[in-house]
Write a protein that binds this ligand. Structure first.
Ligand code: ADP
Length: 894
């Protein structure tokens, strides 16, 4: 079915419009026609509908055909335009065609055929153009997008025109090489020159093969950047071939994988480092290996400094990539060892714990970090460019630092290198911490083992000493035997001791004298000559008390006399203790081995030396003690003998006492009996004598009277004596009983004094009583008190020739009264005062002849006073008089 065309006819002349319509109809064109009479209507119609073709008159009332064509095209209407001109005007025709008309027909030549042909041509052309335009637009859009893609891509795009040997590169390509479009001679050969020489032959081979054989082209290689550094790249390409299969063009992409590659390498480096770090707990060795690994990968010089437990920094790792600089590094290590307070960047990092990255090292920096001109020169010679120092942190504390330095040959370090170094330091810190912990644990374990060994040795020594002490205790007093035993025990206890001897100080000659030896070859010892002299070594030990290990260093050397009597080694200690002081020296020796003894042997020997001093001192003390004991035993024997004698004497005395007591008892009994038996006849004698004297008848002659008076006098004296003896014996026999009664002492004293007054008067003596008693009443046996008074008073009168006698009474206390009898008589010598109270004791036998008496009065008086629980005392001076004082209880029965 034929297409119905939509046609717009623009003409202000109706006839012309009809003519066009008729012609088209005649030509058999099926169509739908719209008419417009001016430009305005034409534009409006075009705006409403799509037309296949517009026939327009060149002359229109509101404009010409040219401007309409321009308007239509500029408005983007796609219809075919056929311009109808009034007359043949080539100029117009050209202009309307230029403006976008599809065809033009002169009105004069309009016919159905020409119009239909022009219509069809115009429509076809217009459609073709529209299609072409559309395609072109699509192409442009597509290219635009393609360009966007290419330029936005991270990959480099290249296009190699093989025929013209021209390579097109996008911006990214240039970025990879650092070259600009201008600087790059874009030929295949120039490109090949950029490839790393190691990779170049392989790449050329692969490309050639691809061009020939269509094998795949997918390669990896290193490409030189303008900086001199090589970038890792991968490239893919595909050739375009002509109909004969010959490649005329090849294009593809190229990608820079340096970073990916470096990241991978870093990963691999870290993995390798981890392997090194975990391979051993000996971190000192590990750090050396690590430094080497670091210079193989990321540095030209690597230093690893570790802060050890002793507070010192040690350079455990130092490596350099350039073998020619190894010597410089060694010099640095030995001549300028790390110093925590120094200016080296590593020390600063150790102090602060903060990493440091210096991209470009300046000479000022080198000067600040070095210690002297030589140091600076060495560092300058190393040609450093950039460095990184990272701390090894353990719980925030820096225990070390890794320094990475690169030389001018390498790119300066950047933050990615710093990150890598920090990661390395993190791993290294863990390793060092583990190593240090392990080492501490090892040290602790070793210390423990050593302590156990020392303890064992000490126990052994203690056992030896204990055994020695036991033996010594058993032989304390046998000093020579004890010393023999001791040197033998030392030989047995100390493995290297071939001989042992003791020299003791002899106080007599003030020299050390060899006292005892044990072991082999002691007869060879020339102690007196070799050691014993003033300056000799043994004397030195004795004088200073300082132990000495004497080693014959000459031994084994050429020319050394083997016949020497010197031992190869000797250990000498003083025999000394705090109490005993220094007594001598103890020595052990070995004839052949200069290293036979160590310090432990010295300790044991010194301990034995002290034991020896104690033992020798003890033995000496014991000997002295034994001597003393002997003497004591002898003295004891004598004492025992004396004791025995004393005991027998005591027994005798006791016996004598008993006998005496018995004798006394018998005497008392005899005296009592005798007195009684004598008193009766004596009373008869006195009575009869008085009777004879009183008789009035047969008066006695004066001679008889004198005789009888003497009988009476002697009889009375005898009776007094008998009464006295009777009283005394009664008292001694305990048979005299007091008969207490209350009486007035003053009355009694006065009455008694008066009784004796005549005696005093006879001798022209005054006799006075001085009573000073508030209460004269006492309770006592008045007869016995009177007897006491009579005895004292009669003695006073008797032994006084001039002066007088005083009786004094006073109260000593409310319960006691005192009676004193004082005279101005002959007195009593001091030596006799103690004896006058004894029985029958008269001071002076010559006196007794002058002053008659029995020598019993004071004895009876004293006994009576005792019976009354009173006290009697006397004060007297020869030739001056005497005072007897009696103190009695007021109430004797209490
Ligand atoms: P006699 O019977 O001898 O007086 P006594 O026992 O009474 O015995 O006295 C002992 C001795 O004490 C006397 O012989 C005398 O030597 C001495 N004697 C005692 N009283 C006195 C005195 N008042 N003056 C000096 N001598 C005295």
């Amino acid at each position: 079915m034929e297409e119905i065309l939509k046609i717009l006819i623009v003409d202000d002349d109706e006839v012309d419009r009809m003519a066009v319509r008729r012609s088209l109809k005649t030509a058999g064109i099926k169509m739908e026609v719209v008419e417009a009479i001016n430009c305005q209507e034409a534009i409006a119609s075009l705006s409403h509908d799509d037309f296949d073709c517009v026939f327009l008159d060149y002359r229109l009332p509101d404009g010409d055909g040219l401007s309409l064509v321009q308007d239509i095209r500029s408005s983007g209407f796609k219809a075919a335009l056929v311009v109808l001109t009034g007359q043949g005007d080539e100029q117009i025709a050209v202009e309307v065609m230029k403006a976008g008309a599809s065809d033009y027909i002169s009105k004069s030549k309009v016919s159905p055929e020409s119009l239909a042909r022009s219509l069809r041509n115009a429509i076809r052309l217009n459609r073709a153009e529209t299609l072409a335009q559309r395609a072109n637009q699509l192409l442009q859009e597509s290219e635009q997008r393609y360009r966007f893609v290419l330029e936005g891509s991270n990959d480099g795009i290249w296009d190699w025109d093989i025929i013209r040997n021209q390579i097109y590169c996008n911006e990214r390509c240039f970025e990879i090489t650092g070259l600009s479009g201008d600087g790059f001679v874009s030929t295949y050969d120039a490109f090949c020159q950029l490839i790393h020489p190691e990779d170049r032959p392989r790449i050329i081979e692969i490309v050639t093969a691809h061009l020939k054989l269509e094998s795949e082209c997918n390669v990896e290689f290193k490409l030189r950047h303008v900086s001199g550094e090589y970038r890792y790249c991968i490239a893919k390409g595909k050739a375009q071939r002509d109909s004969t299969g010959r490649a005329f063009r090849m294009s593809g992409i190229i990608s820079d994988i340096t970073e990916r590659k470096q990241a991978l390498e870093r990963q691999r480096f870290l993995a390798e480092a981890s392997a090194v770090l975990s391979a051993s707990l000996d971190y000192q060795a590990t750090m050396e290996t690590l430094a080497r690994l670091v210079v193989n990968h990321i540095a030209d010089l690597c230093l690893i400094d570790i802060l050890e437990a002793d507070g010192l920094v040690r350079r455990l790792g130092a490596a350099v990539s350039d073998p020619s600089k190894e010597n410089l590094v060694r010099q640095l290590k030995h001549r300028y060892p790390p110093d925590i307070d120094g200016g080296h960047p590593a020390m600063k990092v150790l102090r602060t714990g903060n990493s440091e990255l210096v991209r470009e090292i300046t000479d000022d920096m080198l000067e600040a970090a070095t210690r002297d001109a030589e140091h600076l020169q060495i560092v300058r010679d190393m040609g450093f460019r950039s460095y990184i120092v990272v701390p090894l942190l353990v719980r925030g504390r820096a225990i070390g630092a890794i320094s990475l330095v690169c030389t001018q040959a390498k790119a300066a370090y950047d933050v990615s290198d710093l990150a890598l170094a920090e990661e390395l330091a993190r791993r290294a810190a863990l390793s060092v911490e583990n190593g240090q912990l392990y080492r501490e644990a090892q040290e602790a374990s070793n210390n423990l083992r050593r302590a156990i060994i020392i303890l064992g040795e000490q126990q052994q020594q203690l056992r030896t000493l204990q055994q020695l002490t036991n033996l010594l205790n058993q032989r304390l007093s046998d000093l020579p035997g004890l010393l023999r035993l001791m040197v033998q025990a030392v030989c047995d206890a100390i493995a290297g001791a071939e001989f042992c001897f003791i020299m003791l100080q002899n106080p007599q000659c003030d020299r050390l004298v060899l006292t005892v030896t044990a072991g082999i070859g002691t007869d060879k010892l020339q102690l007196e000559d070799g050691f014993g002299s003033e300056e000799g070594l043994l004397s030195q030990v004795f004088l200073t008390g300082v132990s000495q290990l004497i080693q014959d260093e000459e031994r084994g050397k050429e020319g050394h006399s083997q016949g020497s009597q010197m031992a190869a080694s000797m250990y000498v200690v003083a025999i000394e203790s705090a109490q005993a002081g220094r007594l001598g020296v103890l020595a052990i020796g070995n004839w052949e081995d200069t290293h036979a003894f160590d310090q432990e042997d010295g300790f044991l020997l010194a301990a034995v030396g002290e034991q020896a001093a104690i033992a020798i001192n003890n033995a000496r003390l014991i000997n002295t003690l034994e001597e003393r004991e002997e003497r004591l035993a002898y003295q004891n024997e004598i004492l025992a003998q004396q004791n025995q004698d004393l005991e027998s004497l005591s027994t005798q005395i006791q016996l004598q006492n008993l006998q005496l007591m018995e004798a006394a008892r018998l005497k008392s009994q005899f005296l009592a009996t005798m007195s009684h038996e004598l008193r009766t006849p004596m009373n008869a004698v006195i009575g009869f004598s008085q009777l004879l004297l009183r008789q009035r008848q047969n008066k006695l002659t004066s001679h008889q009277q004198d005789m009888v008076e003497r009988i009476l006098s002697n009889g009375k004296h005898l009776l007094t004596l008998i009464n006295d003896i009777l009283d005394l014996s009664k008292i001694e026999a305990g048979k005299l009983q007091l008969k207490p009664d209350e009486f007035n002492l003053v009355h009694l004293v006065r009455a008694t004094t008066d009784e004796l007054r005549s005696l005093a008067s006879e001798k022209n003596l005054s006799l006075e009583v001085q009573a000073d008693l508030a209460n004269p009443q006492i309770i006592n046996d008045s007869a016995r008190v009177r007897q006491i008074l009579v005895n004292l008073l009669s003695n006073a009168i008797k032994f006084t020739d001039f002066g007088g006698v005083w009786v004094k009474l006073w109260e000593v206390s409310p319960d006691e009264v005192a009676i004193a009898v004082q005279d101005t008589g002959i007195g009593i010598a001091e030596e006799n005062l103690n004896h006058i109270f004894e029985e029958f004791r008269q001071v002076d036998q010559s006196l007794s002849k002058r002053y008659a008496g029995t020598g019993l009065g004071l004895a009876i008086t004293s006994s009576l006073v005792q019976l009354m629980h009173g006290k009697i005392s006397v004060e007297s001076k020869l030739g001056e008089g005497s005072t007897f004082e009696v103190v009695l209880a007021r109430n004797v029965s209490k």
